[in-house]
Design a protein. Structure first.
Length: 153
């Protein structure tokens, strides 16, 4: 028997196409040598048996489905909560409150109508600007007590 050197990775890589060609002539019809070896096992009745499924893919899909479902649920619930908070803020607008609009304009509420709010933005010139009610972004605070007291007199 001749003494052959140990195969190198280059030789093994070159040999794989030959192994695949041999396994394609398998009666099982598998083109993968590992699958051919797994299906060549025979059971008691002479039937070929496949290796047992791992189940890792099913667990992964279940976990990913739960994570995506939780993210979807939190997104919807968070949006509803924010919408309720904003509706309560707009419904509670009253004269004398200091507010900020979506454009960054600061002013005091002078008049509240159905669809708009009139803001006083400059005290010295008594400048009043009407804004859509939906343009109010946040309520900062009520007007100072001295201004509210002098308006009553």
């Amino acid at each position: 028997m001749p003494d052959f050197p140990a195969p190198t990775p280059d030789v093994l890589a070159a040999a794989w196409p030959a192994v695949w060609a041999q396994s394609s002539s398998d009666p099982a019809g598998s083109s993968d040598p590992a699958a051919g070896a797994a299906t060549s096992q025979t059971g008691d009745a002479g039937q070929t048996t496949a290796p047992p499924p791992s189940g890792i893919g099913n667990e992964f899909l279940l976990i990913m489905g739960l994570v995506i479902g939780a993210m979807f649920l939190f997104t919807i619930l968070g949006g509803r909560k924010e919408k309720k908070r904003r509706a309560a803020m707009l419904a509670g607008l009253r004269k004398g409150q200091r507010v900020q609009t979506a454009g960054g304009v600061l002013g005091s509420v002078v008049e509240v109508r159905d669809s708009e709010v009139v803001l006083k933005v400059d005290e010295s010139n008594n400048t009043k600007i009407p804004f859509a009610r939906s343009a109010i972004q946040s309520v900062l605070a009520d007007a100072p007590a001295s201004t509210a007291g002098s308006a009553k007199s």
